[in-house]
Design a protein around this ligand. Structure first.
Ligand SMILES: Cc1cc2nc3c(=O)[nH]c(=O)nc-3n(C[C@H](O)[C@H](O)[C@H](O)COP(=O)(O)OP(=O)(O)OC[C@H]3O[C@@H](n4cnc5c(N)ncnc54)[C@H](O)[C@@H]3O)c2cc1C
Length: 312
């Protein structure tokens, strides 16, 4: 029996089956398990409310008999995702416990729709826990994207950088400890600590906003370190809402959108124009004024999307 029928049958003054707490054995099995991220961080599922069924339940209330045409639950979830009917996804909540370097927390905290409770470095002693990247993780400054990295630096440069990170972390913690031992307030002593010191928080968010977070932080443009957290959170989310996650992957995460200009260029390409001519006609610049091919910009991004389209 589907959820809508159960709701229809439940006596008005009784708690019907549909109101019972939804529990997912696969998700329950991982509650509290700490999945390692980076060198010393982790993500753990603390709790969740709802599941694919809760999304369907909310949607069927909203659409009533109108959902008869979409009688399969996964089909309804796909429909909601496709049509950006987001509020049923807000019926699911997920709570994580996570430990991450401050520089990752700084990016993460920008997602304002979550509720956070963070370890207090005013109240408690900060543990001696710093993010020290592995040698092979140390990348070179990207030339195309100023915010990113591209390839690796020389082994010598990487080793020296890693040594510096270790030394700065050790020295900072020693001085922090000295300040604490000397009676300096914890809230002030902490200013000695670099941004690779780990912090920890509870982070609770609804599924709609979690998908928004994952779409931004699983993306190649996000910094690799926060992406590592997002990947673990994505795997956890899949266990709670497998159908909704599949819909998110299909309609959002692995989809591309084209702007009006890009569609005009695509139309020309399909009609036989060369990529260069089509971009030029659509106003998507590929060349600088001095005739040099551009390394970034809207035209270059369009070509990347078009290539991705052909690869799929
Ligand atoms: C690759 C990448 C690079 C970035 N680089 C920078 C950078 O250089 N500098 C920088 O400062 N940030 C940077 N950010 C952070 C980015 O600008 C966003 O702040 C962050 O991704 C959170 O997105 P959001 O506001 O959509 O999410 P949330 O805060 O979770 O909000 C979700 C949605 O709720 C709505 N909303 C929430 N709060 C408000 C509000 N107060 N007013 C109006 N609408 C609201 C918006 O529709 C928003 O999309 C970067 C993010 C990424 C992914």
């Amino acid at each position: 029996m589907d959820i809508a029928s159960k709701m229809a049958r439940g006596p008005a003054n009784q708690v019907s089956d549909v109101m019972k707490r939804i529990s997912i054995p696969e998700a329950d099995a991982i509650i509290g398990k700490r999945f390692k991220v980076l060198d010393k961080g982790f993500v753990a599922l603390v709790d969740y409310m709802g599941s694919d069924a809760a999304i369907v339940q909310a949607a069927r209330v909203s659409y009533g008999m109108g959902t008869k045409s979409v009688n399969d639950d996964a089909g309804l979830i796909n429909y909601l995702m496709r049509h950006r009917h987001t509020s049923p996804f807000e019926m699911v909540e997920v709570k994580f416990l996570a430990s991450m370097p401050m520089y990752v927390a700084r990016e993460w905290v920008r997602h304002r729709t979550a509720s956070i409770n963070e370890y207090s470095a005013r109240y408690s002693i900060v543990p001696d826990k710093f993010n020290i990247p592995d040698l092979q993780e140390i990348g070179a400054q990207a030339t195309k994207n100023r915010q990113g990295r591209e390839g690796n630096v020389d082994d010598e440069v990487a080793s020296a950088f890693r040594r510096d990170v270790e030394e700065v972390s050790d020295s900072a913690y020693e001085r922090y400890q000295k300040a604490i031992d000397g009676g300096v307030a914890r809230e002030q002593a902490r200013i000695l600590l670099p941004v690779n010191a780990y912090t920890e928080w509870y982070w609770k968010i609804d599924l709609n906003n979690l998908f928004h977070f994952l779409s931004l932080r699983l993306d190649d443009h996000a910094q690799e370190e926060i992406r590592a957290y997002a990947k673990v959170m994505a795997d956890i989310t899949k266990t709670i809402v497998p159908a909704a996650y599949a819909a998110f992957e299909n309609y959002v995460l692995n989809s591309v959108t084209f702007s009006e200009k890009e569609m005009a260029a695509l139309k020309d390409i399909f009609a036989g124009s060369s990529t260069e001519d089509a971009c030029e006609a659509a106003g998507l610049r590929l060349f600088r004024e001095d005739g040099q091919r551009m390394k970034s910009g809207e035209g270059v991004e369009f070509l990347e999307k078009a290539r991705a389209l052909l690869r799929k």
